[in-house]
Design a protein around this ligand. Sequence first.
Ligand code: FEO
Ligand code: CA
Ligand code: CA
Ligand code: CA
Length: 498
Amino acid sequence: KPSGKGKPLTVSFKPIQRTWENDLVLPKGYHYNIIASYGDVINSKGEKFGDSVDLTVYFPIDSLKGGNNSEEGLIWVNHEFPEPANYMKLLGLDPANFKKENLANYPHLLKMEKEAVGGSVIHVKKEKGEWKLVQDDTYNRRVNGTTPIELTGPARGSKAVNGAVKVEGTLGNCSGGRTLWNTVLSCEENTEYGHDYGWPNFNDTHYGWIVEVDPFDPKRPVRKHTALGRFAHENAAMGLTNDGRVVVYMGDDKGDECFYKFISEKKFNPVNREANFDLLEKGTLYVADLSKQKWIALDHESNPTLKAQFADQAEVLTNARAAARAVGGTKLDRPEDVEIHPLDGSVFLSLTNNSGHGNFHGQIIRFVPPDGDHGSDSFTFEVFVAGGQKSGITCPDNLHFDSKGNLWVVEDFSATEDNVYADYKNCGVFLVPTDGKNYGKPQQFASGPKGSECTGPWLTPDERTLFLDIQHPETWNPYPGQSFGRSALVAIQGGKFK
Ligand code: FEO
Ligand code: CA
Ligand code: CA
Ligand code: CA
């Protein structure tokens, strides 16, 4: 059994080759261990780890005291969607006889679906060199499709959300981010599938928001912040303006949709955690106009176009896409993950692809705010990496920076042996330097099991562990003898452990 600290993942490795191998393949000298997979019991209430893992946020166990513990912490992980066909197998039902219109007649299946989505808080610890889930009733818990969630901000209680102040559950939780006060932002993305799942009482305008959860305090209400707008939220990358307000960059993952930022009205308080809990309730939402290189405020009060088309700010936020279009927001090729460069403050955005326009491989764009000020209403931009044969990477999705400014990029595409992605084989994980002689040159670090997407890359503060989610694998399954794939959260480490 490995023990000890291992080596930082920021040191160079020998890149791997594209492969169809049905496992998580890593460079020589690196290994992974599974922390939790769908259905694992996480506490004495019998709550289970959800499905379709995405976004991993690691909080050192001593985060609230400013600590950097890299061997024990809390992890928030998103559970993006249910896999009903798998649950039918587990329930002994025949998927061939099933019609989604009849879901209400299958209460057990409906319950499994609603419990499979949302997110988990789990306590994790490195023991004898391997990461383990700690059975813990203080922290381990689920937020799922039935959790009561408060709405905050201008749309709370408004006509636009049918008067709701509290809504039922969360779904479509794709990526997200960590706030400066150690909470998680979980992004509701493809929420329209709530209809496909046949969920009773599904109300569109109750979903498609950014959800904030405090992993350290189970009693603190889970909240959806309407001030950040409603669309297919992929991700939330937080930073500060030069005058100390909070900025959140956000992508809307749909073909021909826009890139947004939110700026809080109040300033961040670095010494009083409690003072920051209302920061995302009040502020201004902006959409990017790339032709003018400007951020345009989606503000009902000051914008005559919005005033003419929407009754109030609640309507603007609830229909953020239509508002963005009305003011000239630039349509992009599926804006997914956004991250802020830790050294120079530039903003990296994945445009995963846009098959509607024949853009099959996507690109990563780098936005530069003037004077490094995220509060500025202008920016310049350039293409950082173009997907395709030349770079060797395709369909960039989640991004994560290490302390040296290397960008870790995961891919999301579905290759078959004869489609446009055939040469790319299984989805991978790449390191892309943003400086030096290898600037913009992807190096492959991992290849996922068949049919899977590697999501949610996240490094511990010592950068000796990379957490990664294996989402929707075809058959890869940590439970022996099962005929369907099972999503799992893994920890990757490298080096000598003696
Ligand atoms: Fe759920 Fe945009 O990926
Ligand atoms: Ca996904
Ligand atoms: Ca994604
Ligand atoms: Ca994707």
